[in-house]
Design a binder for this molecule. Structure first.
Ligand code: BG6
Ligand code: MG
Length: 222
């Protein structure tokens, strides 16, 4: 029986994945790595330093920078990201997501956040959605980022639930891999050909409703 929902933030609740992508694109240009849709998809959901390493690796530049230089590149990306977030407000909540989260809360489901982003508290605050969350995984406390299962395992633990009692929602391949590895039901939001490992797929957030999830689960069981 499902008792809890574990949410990714960027690209699932908030329209912020476009800002992350924009800021990483700027950084790729700066270090002379070409920006491709494939690279953009690889980066989705992945933490800050891991993302930087993926960019450098994609241009065979992983040995060109010291740890110190990498830290300052990551900081520069974050500064650019925060600039793009300046006017963040409720209008950046993705279609239908506030209603969906409200519905879950009204049906007494437990809700946690499993975002890789160290900026997630500030984003949730700006969107005025903090009140719906029973718990949050602090990504700074993780040994391994997505696609490792750790963050979604913790997302269930912080709700005192077993993985099989939880549904995780993601827009990124790395996130779906993490949910599946944790033994939870995965909902992929976005291109179903890219998110083909998800248990349930929705093209966009406006399709994500409790009803649609329930009927998709019934179809899966039959
Ligand atoms: C994820 C985003 O939620 O957080 C990634 O999908 C981002 O694009 C990652 O790189 C880390 O975010 P931050 O804000 O800690 O740099
Ligand atoms: Mg995401």
């Amino acid at each position: 029986q499902i008792k809890g929902f574990i949410f990714d933030l960027d690209g699932v609740i908030a329209n912020t994945s476009v800002y992350h992508a924009k800021a990483w694109h700027q950084l790729a240009d700066k270090v002379g790595v070409s920006w491709t849709t494939d690279l953009a998809n690889q980066l989705k959901g992945v933490g800050r330093m891991d993302s930087l390493n993926l960019i450098l690796k994609s241009g065979n530049k992983e040995n060109d920078y010291s740890d110190e230089q990498k830290a300052s590149l990551a900081e520069e990306k974050n500064d650019n990201y925060l600039q793009l977030l300046k006017s963040l407000d409720k209008s950046e909540i993705l279609p239908g997501m506030e209603k969906f989260i409200e519905d879950l809360s009204a049906h007494n489901y437990l809700i946690s956040l499993a975002s890789s982003s160290k900026n997630s508290p500030r984003v949730l605050e700006a969107l005025d959605l903090n009140k719906y969350f029973d718990a949050r995984v602090d990504p700074a406390t993780l040994k391994h980022g997505k696609p490792d299962p750790e963050i979604y395992v913790r997302g269930a633990q912080v709700l005192n639930l077993k993985p099989e009692e939880c549904i995780g929602l993601e827009d990124a391949v790395a996130g779906i891999t993490s949910i599946n590895g944790a033994g939870e039901i995965s909902v992929g939001i976005g291109d179903p050909e890219i998110l083909n490992e998800a248990d349930i797929n929705f093209k966009d957030t406006s399709e994500v409703t409790l009803e649609n999830i329930e009927s998709a689960m019934k179809r899966k069981l039959n």
